[in-house]
Design a protein around this ligand. Structure first.
Ligand SMILES: *Cc1c(COP(=O)(O)O)cnc(C)c1O
Length: 439
């Protein structure tokens, strides 16, 4: 599998390893596969007894046969994934695909950890080093910080919007130290994202600092996210009566794009549901055919507060700029803050379980989808994107009760925050990077 920019598919294609190290294409586009392998036979061969590492290893080898034989692919899968997804039943018709059993307790651990493992491997082979620059609305940064902490050949710089991430998320970003530096930006997540994008196309920076990205624009994060859709499919395929649908709480749309890739490679699912908070640019696009990015709005599901989802470029590429009908496979559901809280509460009342505000958008969207198909036997797998214990303030407010904080997070609350405040401009980011890392 080779990769080109979403903005110029006629440019020369590059390998996975190169695309991973470059992050963003020089023209500002995103790297995307040039072809869609037909992996139906392999995907059909996965069964309920396949472990996540089995699926991941087989997929790595099938996607990158020129780089990995079976043993090397499995070794990479084992190194990248010392944690696993879990499937649980929530209520009739709805399952949760729990993706929060990794070090930062959110699904981004899967992509970040795979990326860290691959990148370290690539850099070691080349005798190079890299500075990872990433913007976070909350969870990307902590997953990246944990995945890359203490890796050799790599420094990490994380931009986050001041006052717009939860206290626990902030601790996760700012207390690791070592090769991980947190920049507290006086602006929104969109500002952070714009600064990062601008830095990658800045000539001086590109020459002096070996920058690469690690957020959802990096293809090395996106590809491994397809593996858990395939694993979930394998777990369920014998049990499913009727249709299988995946429901994905979405912000920057990396997770959903990974699911759509799995479908293009041959995973037999009938639909995807994009659950968003009131940052509803994509649901609106699915209704109207018009994509109107706008400044993000702050919501309770703050890791999804994205007003200009980057991965829309990849979705357009997959659907050949409208030649394939995206609306026939993807339905959008918009969920406001009151509904997020009501859903967290009624799930707790019915089951005694806490779900996080992002997962709540997915559960509400899954229910809405099923209500429109009364009497069907459709199974909706809703991605549970973070552990509820990362958002205790929201649970307290919505439910009047608090989930337990996982041990590995509770410990971070005791540590001292270290962050550098900067203005929301490219210039301020540039001077910081030049001073610290220019070669
Ligand atoms: C990042 C994140 C999302 C959104 O995922 P995208 O890939 O950006 O669409 C949803 N939930 C949580 C908890 C997240 O951290």
């Amino acid at each position: 599998m080779r990769f080109t920019s979403t903005r110029d598919s006629s440019a020369e294609s590059i390998t996975f390893g190169e695309a991973v190290l470059r992050g963003l294409a020089p023209d500002g586009g995103l790297y995307h596969p040039t072809d869609e392998p037909d992996l139906r036979a392999l995907i059909r061969s996965f069964g309920a007894d396949s472990t996540f590492v089995d699926v991941a290893g087989a997929m790595i080898q099938a996607l990158f046969p020129e780089q990995y034989d079976a043993a090397a692919a499995r070794a990479l899968a084992l190194k990248a994934f010392p944690f696993e997804p879990r499937l649980t039943r929530l209520e009739p018709g709805i399952l949760l695909l729990e993706l929060f059993h990794g070090p930062s307790c959110a699904f981004k651990d899967f992509g970040a950890s795979f990326l860290a493992a691959t990148m370290e491997e690539q850099l070691a082979q080349r005798g190079d080093r890299a500075v990872i620059l990433t913007a976070t609305s909350g969870d990307t940064g902590s997953a990246v910080a944990h995945a890359f902490h203490r890796r050799e050949h790599i420094d990490v710089v994380i931009l986050y919007p001041s006052g717009r991430v939860s206290p626990l998320q902030e601790q996760q970003l700012t207390t690791l130290g070592g090769n991980v530096t947190a920049l507290e930006v006086e602006g929104s997540f969109d500002d952070c994202q714009r600064m990062v994008k601008d830095a990658f196309v800045d000539e001086t920076l590109r020459q002096d600092v070996p920058l690469t990205s690690a957020n959802s624009i990096n293809i090395g994060r996106l590809i491994p996210q397809s593996f858990y859709y395939l694993w979930a499919f394998a777990q369920l395929k014998e049990q499913i009566q009727d249709e299988l649908v995946f429901c994905v709480p979405s912000g920057n749309f990396g997770n959903l794009t990974a699911g759509i890739l799995a479908w293009r490679w041959g995973m037999p699912v009938s639909q995807f549901i994009a659950a968003t908070n009131t940052n509803d640019v994509i649901p609106e696009y699915l209704r109207s055919g018009v994509f109107t990015p706008r400044p993000s709005i702050r919501t309770l599901a703050n890791a999804m507060d994205v007003g200009n989802p980057s991965n829309f470029e990849r979705m357009k590429t997959i659907f050949s700029d409208g030649m394939l009908d995206i609306a026939s496979v993807l339905t959008g559901v918009v969920v406001d803050d009151e509904t997020i809280k009501a859903t967290m509460k009624n799930v707790y009342d019915a089951t005694g379980e806490f779900i996080c505000p992002h997962t709540a958008t997915g559960v509400y969207a899954a229910r809405t989808f099923l209500e429109a198909e009364p009497g069907s036997d459709t199974t909706v797998v809703t991605l549970a994107t973070a552990h509820a214990g990362k958002f205790i303030e929201v649970s307290r407010d919505a439910i009047g009760a608090e989930p337990e904080i996982p041990e590995r997070l509770a410990e971070l609350m005791q540590r001292k925050k270290e962050a550098t405040r900067i203005a929301p401009t490219l210039d301020s980011l540039k001077s910081f990077l030049m001073e610290r890392y220019s070669t």
